[in-house]
Design a protein around this ligand. Structure first.
Ligand SMILES: [Zn+2]
Length: 387
């Protein structure tokens, strides 16, 4: 790869991370002179990889500056997320803006029907944006093995080949069709577009039907030996008498999820634990005392377990996504008190920042797209031009 190609890649990445970057910002980010920067910008404009927005603010010397933005015919990424209850597909341009979105409920058809629905939506996107899509990413709840096989015990899906979510197309080369665990995708999203910029060790916890998460160090996801580090919901912080769908007993996730809230309220195991969890949190937020007491129990279990992880990992930031972010919003006092009570004195003196994830329920979807952008400019051949 020539130096110019590397600089082009770095400039695209900078424009993606900071939409509206000026040429002067780009020169600073790349550490290049204005002549070299102009040469690279002109090439990327010519290849329709970037465009210049209308002149807005004036530069330091009174000259109008034109921000670098996504080209109207520029590259796009398909990002999809399957949750326990529905699926969503987005078309995302450079810089992260969403240019199209669709989705729907699972229905009764199992994994084949859900993947077929995503595939049909993706085919529609490829038709609507011909020769502009560069790759596709999918976030799923469960363990992703060998980059495409899903094992999701809580969903009842085993050995599902996730490549079936995408139509065969020259716009979707095999090395740019990616899949990842939803909580890990949400952690990536938080590192790229959320609160985790600048964090040395960031712990993300994502509560959906189960609890998952990931660690990022200086923005990079920690993979583990087989790419599935971060199954924090299966730490034995729960009731040892309770079996978890993963095959273990006493898992932390079973003390936090929608089924736990239903149990605490004396209700039946809900068929839609995620929606049920949101409904209980809505009621607690509106002042319902029984829902409030149930959420408080879950909030304390969340804070206590988080303290254990921060003690062990020396994290400087903890972000809570999905239902966990809402638990923090509804019962912040309970979460924070349990976190402090469970923290080693040395951690209490410089405590980790605890915050709801900036991207909320969008985290897995945003992260699925970011996996593809990141792979695209790290390709050995570098990002390819239009066509
Ligand atoms: Zn488990």
């Amino acid at each position: 790869m020539t130096n110019r190609a590397t600089l082009g890649r770095d400039l695209l990445r900078a424009a993606h991370l900071t939409p509206g970057l000026t040429r002067a910002d780009a020169a600073r980010a790349l550490g290049t002179g204005t002549g070299t920067t102009t040469e690279i910008v002109v090439r990327l404009l010519g290849e329709h990889l970037l465009a210049e927005g209308p002149p807005s603010a004036t530069g330091r010397r009174g000259r109008p500056t034109r921000p670098l933005v996504a080209h109207p015919e520029g590259p796009l990424v398909l990002a999809a997320a399957i949750s326990h209850e529905d699926w969503r597909l987005r078309v995302v341009e450079l810089g992260g803006a969403v240019v199209a979105e669709t989705g729907g409920p699972h229905g009764a058809g199992g994994p084949d029907a859900v993947l077929a629905a995503v595939r049909a939506a993706a085919r529609g996107a490829l038709r609507r944006f011909p020769r502009r899509v560069r790759g596709a990413g999918l976030a799923v709840p469960g363990l992703v093995r060998e980059a495409h096989l899903l094992d999701a015990p809580l969903l009842g899906w085993h050995d599902v080949d996730l490549r079936a979510a995408w139509p065969r197309s020259p716009d979707l080369p095999a090395d740019l069709v990616l899949a990842g665990n939803d909580a890990r995708c949400a952690a990536v999203a938080e590192a790229v577009r959320g609160r985790a910029a600048g964090s040395r060790l960031h712990l993300h916890l994502h509560l959906d039907a189960g609890l998952g998460g990931a660690l990022t160090t200086d923005g990079q996801l920690l993979d583990g030996a087989r790419g599935s580090a971060g199954e924090f919901g299966h730490l034995p912080f729960g009731d040892p008498a309770r079996r978890c769908g993963c095959g273990a007993s006493g898992c932390w996730g079973t003390a936090l999820d929608g089924a736990a809230l239903a149990r605490l309220l004396g209700e039946q195991d809900p068929p839609d634990p995620v929606s049920h969890g949101h409904r209980v949190l809505d009621r607690a937020g509106a002042g319902d005392p029984a829902a409030g007491r149930a959420v408080a129990v879950v909030a304390r279990a969340l804070g206590r377990g988080t303290a254990g992880l921060v003690n062990a990992l020396d994290a400087d930031l903890v972000t809570l996504g999905g239902l966990a972010g809402r638990v923090l919003d509804v019962a912040p006092g309970e979460v924070r008190a349990a976190l402090e009570a469970g923290s080693m004195a040395v951690r209490r003196s410089s405590p980790a920042v605890l915050a709801a994830a900036a991207l909320g329920a969008d985290g897995p979807l945003v992260g699925a797209g970011e996996l593809v952008w990141s792979r695209w400019w790290d390709r050995p051949a570098g990002p390819r031009g239009a066509g």
